[in-house]
Design a protein around this ligand. Structure first.
Ligand code: GCW
Length: 665
């Protein structure tokens, strides 16, 4: 096999109740049910050494069977994607109102068996928290991947769409964790990607979307707002121009009839140089609604990104604040978007830093469908060369109280539709996959992909639960292995935060590729991401007396962030400009805290390496060695981060480390 199976390894298990499962009965031949049958056969034969047969004939009483039963009249009970696992004498029943529910139920049963969970504990009804659980791939048609750290694309090569057995394994992997929508191409739509919406690609897109459909996944494409111009059809893309409107109407008619199972389109408009409605004096709502009208007859959705800001700033101008721009651009449009439009909002107001406050837009737009966007690919969190388990960060975001109303005000409530009753909402994440044999480059980075899927399905799962599940399915159920890898994962985000930029300030990376320390890398640039460190203080005053960003939050978040005494310390330098002598709750000065955390972060990585060494011999040797190699690199690189950051502040301030450790003067 040229590629690996990650958490679908289906290791042999010594399953206590050891059911025989001779027969898989299914009452429907829906394509998703047939995928479930196939997966059950694969999984059960590998894990339990049995070879069940399948049929749509009721099983005999004496047989132990798994029964996959669609109950179309039970939509209220199970929802569109939910399922129930129930024990009935010798039989296990998976009940659902749809084929998708049967598929998710089957994956859940297999997951339970793989982790040796007793059958009784697997019983019950389960439904996803977020209706949309998307992956966004930033794959280009030439096969490269923007911010990809795991090889090239497995969707595109030399301007062709690839559909092969790896595509099916991809669909199995992501469906098994509940993903129900996938955008295959980069939001920066350039070159041949512009032509994805032309007949040249329809046959291969149809093949791809049919493969996806069998795993409950809707295909989405990123769209070029200027397509009418770029495809040489018209001279304008003005959403108010009738020619433009009817061009899009015809285009959507054409593509939806050629490509089944198409969910809709994702658009990055008026953002970092991409075309959009601003060129014609129109609003984002005007642009999104034009497309929404064109896809509505086919049940399609338009997902419109809110990553809109001025990327031509002057670092000398302290009055503009990039953090404010998402809210400033979109808040005034609340209520103007059609029902089949959802706004996709990055988790923080800046751009996927190791620590950012939650975007104030989330929850603020009461009459607009919202999708939370997170980044699995580790652009700013170590590029898959550092271990950085992101599930704890996403959990914090989902649990955050926006205070947009008295109850059901957490981000999780907003994006699951509990707050405002929306249907079109959920989560999207930038994928971290590529065509490397292990899919994610770093073996441990697969925990983030797995964790994203599981968390978007069930926001109540803990980071530890998800980690331990993933370790058991991927590596081994040996308790020493589970403990060691889980400890590594759980300590990894805090460690990365400690040895990189401090207390929410962000950036301090090399421009362009964003890897490795460069404290002033973006300081005098046009991107609006400044730390403004001088010899006395560091940070940006975003309070009501500063740029006013804090005012975008509901009370009491506004007051909490606005006051330096109540502002959570991990975000201190995001919201406040603070003197190096400022005393933190620990009793340390800000500067001493910076020095200390940088030493601690490196020590944490050392500990991770010794934990990894403790499982030598207990997991696959190749995986052991290649991960050890990455961890050793991480240690070197963490030391570089530590020394550059500490030296920078020592040179700025002339204040020595209290403990006299080596800082380069
Ligand atoms: O963080 C920035 C990335 C870009 C990306 C952009 C976006 C796809 O550096 O590579 O472009 O965000 O989210 O649109």
């Amino acid at each position: 096999m040229e590629w690996e199976q990650c958490w679908l390894n289906y290791h042999k298990v010594d399953y206590k109740t050891s059911p025989a499962f001779q027969h898989i009965y299914h009452n429907s031949d829906d394509c998703r049910v047939l995928s479930a049958v196939q997966e059950l056969k694969t999984g059960l034969s590998a894990m339990l050494d049995i070879t069940p047969f399948s049929s749509n004939q009721q099983p005999e009483r004496t047989q132990q069977s798994i029964q996959l039963v669609i109950l179309t009249d039970q939509l209220d009970r199970y929802g569109l994607e939910g399922y129930e696992i129930a024990l009935d004498g010798n039989n296990i029943k998976i009940l659902a109102a749809t084929g998708a529910g049967i598929l998710y139920g089957s994956f859940s049963l297999l997951r339970g068996i793989a982790a040796s969970v007793p059958l009784e504990q697997l019983c019950g009804i389960d439904q996803p928290s977020a209706p949309l659980r998307m992956l966004n791939h930033w794959d280009n048609l030439d096969g490269s991947i923007e911010r990809g750290y795991a090889g090239n694309s497995f969707f595109f090569q030399d301007s062709n769409v690839l559909v092969n057995s790896r595509t099916r394994d991809y669909a199995r992997l992501v469906s098994s964790i509940g993903i129900d929508a996938v955008v295959i191409n980069n939001v920066n739509v350039v070159n041949d990607a512009i032509s994805l919406v032309t007949p040249r690609y329809y046959d291969s897109l149809k093949k791809l979307s049919t493969t996806f459909e069998a795993y409950g996944i809707k295909l989405f494409l990123s769209l070029d707002f200027s397509a009418p111009i770029d495809l040489n059809a018209l001279e304008t893309a003005d959403p108010f121009d009738e020619k433009v409107q009817s061009w899009w109407n015809r285009k959507m008619q054409e593509i939806f009839s050629a490509v089944p199972n198409l969910g809709g389109f994702l658009i990055k408009a008026d953002s970092e140089g991409r075309p959009g409605p601003f060129s014609y004096g129109r609003t984002h709502a005007d642009g999104a609604n034009m497309l929404a009208r064109a896809v509505a007859p086919f049940g399609g959705s338009i997902i419109w990104r809110c990553f809109v800001y001025d990327c031509q700033q002057d670092w000398r101008d302290k009055s503009s604040d990039r953090a404010k721009s998402g809210y400033d651009n979109f808040m005034p449009l609340d209520g103007q978007f059609l029902d089949n439009v959802a706004l996709q909002i990055k988790n923080g107001p800046m751009d996927f830093q190791v620590r950012e406050p939650v975007s104030p837009l989330l929850g603020a737009m009461q009459q607009t469908n919202q999708i939370l966007e997170v980044q699995i690919t580790q652009e700013y969190t170590g590029q898959q060369k550092h271990v950085c388990y992101l599930v704890p960060m996403w959990r914090e975001i989902l649990q955050f109280h926006t205070y947009c109303q008295a109850n059901n005000d957490r981000v999780e409530d907003v994006i699951s539709g509990k707050t405002y009753g929306n249907q079109l909402c959920g989560m999207a994440a930038v994928a971290n996959t590529g065509n490397e044999p292990n899919w994610t480059g770093s073996d441990l980075a697969a925990a983030n992909l797995y964790g994203y899927g599981r968390l978007s399905w069930n926001a109540n799962l803990s980071s530890e639960q998800i980690a331990s599940e993933w370790i058991q399915l991927t590596f081994s159920a040996n308790p020493s292995v589970v403990r060691a890898i889980s400890d590594i994962l759980i300590s990894s985000w805090p460690a990365y935060e400690k040895y990189t930029s401090p207390l929410g300030i962000g950036w301090m990376v090399n421009p362009g590729h964003h890897f490795g320390p460069n404290v002033d890398g973006y300081e005098y640039d046009r991107w609006g991401t400044y730390h403004r460190a001088d010899f006395e203080a560091i940070g940006v005053d975003r309070t009501s007396g500063g740029t006013g960003y804090t005012r975008q939050y509901f009370s009491p978040n506004f007051e909490t962030y606005d006051d330096v005494d109540t502002c959570p310390e991990e975000l201190l330098l995001f919201f406040h400009r603070v003197n190096y002598h400022y005393i933190l709750k620990s009793g340390k000065t800000l500067l001493q805290h910076i020095y200390d955390t940088h030493f601690e972060g490196v020590d944490d990585v050392r500990r991770m390496i010794s934990q990894w060494n403790s499982i030598h011999g207990l997991i696959d040797e190749t995986v052991f060695q290649r991960t050890l190699e990455r961890l050793n690199f991480q240690l070197e690189h963490a030391m570089l981060w530590r020394d550059e950051i500490n030296t920078y502040f020592y040179r700025k301030t002339g204040i020595r480390d209290k403990h006299g450790r080596t800082i380069v003067s």
